[in-house]
Design a binder for this molecule. Structure first.
Ligand code: IPE
Ligand code: IPE
Ligand code: MG
Length: 247
């Protein structure tokens, strides 16, 4: 039986979040420039998006650029920004063919205007697709998102739209960029770092973590299937006892 066939449809995560890490190390390993690693990483994005949609995953959130990534050398940031525009543009037909809706989370306004325009255009042109949502985290960090939510809550409170007593987890979630999107059940990080790097801090409170040493450009469909199978082998207790879960 292939890995893919072993996946139990009824226990498929609805939402998978990925920290796509290791492009730079992949480039170094192959005697290439860092930007070449990012280009190679786009190939993996294509494969993983396709495989996820094929499996029936409903939401796939990819960490493409963090708030902290602005601190990288200007040439690398410029190359990444260029790569985003180019890729988003190129992928439009494939997104539509596969019923994939493009969305974005993060401080999008901080990106170059060309990126904002392309992103808005592609999001509008894929808006009616409903097989899977592909959510790009761009200029994103969990702390930025939480602070952004707090500012909006304070503004609404000042307008008397909400009061302090109304604020619970459910309401707070509606002020996040991910409003309406279920929390990811599975978070995959490639290239072995044992950290979260400011990703989806609120949303991953009870997410299952899967960290693989594979570098992002080396990660393939089989690796995705393996991560999902690992997830399916776990007992998610949410603070309860094993007996309570089985009942
Ligand atoms: C991930 O790969 C891509 C981005 C952060 C944009 P890296 O560029 O972080 O690769 P490493 O960690 O240096 O290998
Ligand atoms: C996390 O990777 C951000 C993205 C994958 C976009 P980094 O390579 O920036 O994370 P650190 O610096 O190793 O924590
Ligand atoms: Mg990295």
């Amino acid at each position: 039986m292939s890995l893919k066939e072993k996946i139990v449809d009824e226990r498929l995560p609805q939402h998978i979040a990925i920290i796509m890490d290791g492009n730079g190390r992949w480039a170094k390993k192959h005697g290439k420039e860092r930007y070449e690693g990012h280009y190679e990483g786009v190939e993996t994005v294509r494969k993983i998006v396709e495989a996820s949609a094929e499996l029936g995953i409903k939401f796939l959130t990819l960490y493409a650029f963090s708030t902290e990534n602005w601190r990288r050398p200007k040439e690398e940031v410029d190359a990444l920004m260029h790569l985003f525009v180019e890729t988003i543009q190129q992928e439009l037909p494939t997104l539509n063919k596969n019923g994939i809706r493009l969305r974005a989370i993060g401080d999008i306004a901080s990106m170059p205007q060309q990126n904002i325009d392309k992103l808005n255009e592609t999001m509008a042109k894929t808006e009616n697709n409903s097989k899977m949502d592909l959510i790009l985290a761009l200029s994103y960090s969990g702390r930025w998102e939480i602070l952004d939510a707090v500012k909006k809550i304070v503004a609404d409170q000042k307008k008397n739209l909400i009061s302090a007593e109304d604020i619970d987890e459910k309401l707070f979630s509606t002020y996040l960029n991910t409003a309406g999107i279920p929390d990811p059940e599975l978070l995959i990080r490639t290239s072995g770092e044992l950290r979260i790097s400011n990703y989806l801090l609120w949303q991953i409170a009870y997410t299952e973590l899967y960290i693989t040493p594979k570098l992002w450009p080396e990660f393939d469909k089989e690796d995705l299937y393996e991560a999902i199978l690992d997830f399916q082998s776990r007992e998610r207790r949410f603070g309860m006892t094993s007996d309570q879960i089985k009942r």
